[in-house]
Ligand binder design. Sequence first.
Ligand SMILES: [Zn+2]
Length: 60
Amino acid sequence: MERVTQCCIVCGEEREVGIAICEQFICQPCEQEMVKTDVNDAKYPFFIHQMRQIWLKKNA
Ligand SMILES: [Zn+2]
């Protein structure tokens, strides 16, 4: 069976497992990281920034 990888928009890694939001791929580790990241976490603005890129691409 052919292995299909997609480039994660958050970490930039090629991964097999993940979710697609607005046709943009987010790998499972990043998705789980985002889910458990607190709003006050230093990483949170980074995730928001990456999510914004999705919307910008979608509405381009
Ligand atoms: Zn990722």
